[in-house]
Every structure is written in C-alpha cells, then in structure tokens.
Design a protein around this ligand. Structure first.
Ligand code: SF4
Length: 82
C-alpha cells in the first residue's frame, strides 16, 4: 500500500500520528509528515483509521489493486502473436 498526506489540506489536528505513529508524525509547523510512504500490510488497519479520522481528508491510501487496474486500463492493446 502507498500512503500520501496533503500538507496543504492538513489542519494539524493530530489524529493521524496518534492512530498510526509509525506512519505519520508532525513537522515543526504542526502539519503532517509521512514517515513511511509504503507501510506494510500489517499497518493497514491503523492507516485506514487515520484516513477515516482525518478531518481535512488530507490522507489517501493508494490501494495496490486500484493502481494496477488503472495501469492495465491505460495500457495500449496489443495484437495477438501470430
Ligand atoms: S489527521 Fe489530517 S488534519 Fe490532522 S494532522 Fe493528520 S493529516 Fe493533518
């Protein structure tokens, strides 16, 4: 899984760092900092909680299957081999 946090949306509420302290922290400005942009699956539940609790919707989880599906959709069709 890949995780992003949009600092321009962050309002420094702090829920993410409490919910997933190995993945999120705060910078000196109080805004979110991503510590681990590709956390393992064992962190999924806590990252999903952080995403759900973020009041500014600044956190996004890029789900691998969705990324793969969009890549497949963007791939050009190829002719079958003779
Ligand atoms: S929960 Fe959302 S608003 Fe709060 S610090 Fe984290 S990213 Fe920022």
């Amino acid at each position: 899984m890949k995780v992003t946090a949009d600092r321009s949306r962050c309002m420094a509420a702090g829920h993410c760092a409490i919910s997933a302290p190995d993945v999120f922290d705060h910078g000196e400005d109080g805004l979110v900092v991503v510590l681990d942009a590709e956390p393992g699956e064992e962190r999924r539940r806590e990252v999903e909680v952080a995403e759900d609790l973020c009041p500014s919707r600044a956190i996004a989880i890029l789900r691998t299957a969705a990324v793969a599906a969009s890549s497949d959709a963007a791939a050009p069709e190829t002719a079958p081999a003779d």
